[in-house]
Design a protein around this ligand. Sequence first.
Ligand SMILES: [Zn+2]
Length: 132
Amino acid sequence: MSTEPTSDTELTPEAAEAEPETVNEPQDTTDPPADNPPPPEEPEPEEDTTPPPPPETPTGTITFEPATWYSVDTVCLTQDKGNGDPCPNLNVTATDPMVYSNAGKPIIVCGMCNRSRTILAATKLDPQPVMD
Ligand SMILES: [Zn+2]
């Protein structure tokens, strides 16, 4: 007796183990629109040369008593120092705590542009300082 082994040809088809690649990665769809390019950036100056807004200037004329000491608020309004550039102190207010009115018209000169500053307010010192 010969029991020939029947060729056991069981096909074990490997069921499609290869899973279909249904990887739906989020696509990067942040492409810039071709017909709407961003505006070119303007080169910014390194120095911030934007002057502050000008202060409110007094409506009336500030009168000084002659030969009197005042605390004076002033501002430089020099838009053009002569070379087209504004004064670095443009629109910058400052207080001079002791200003002598001389004949009643004190002149306060801007140290940056050597031009007279606009007087915004003046307060008579009380008591007046005594100068020897
Ligand atoms: Zn100035």
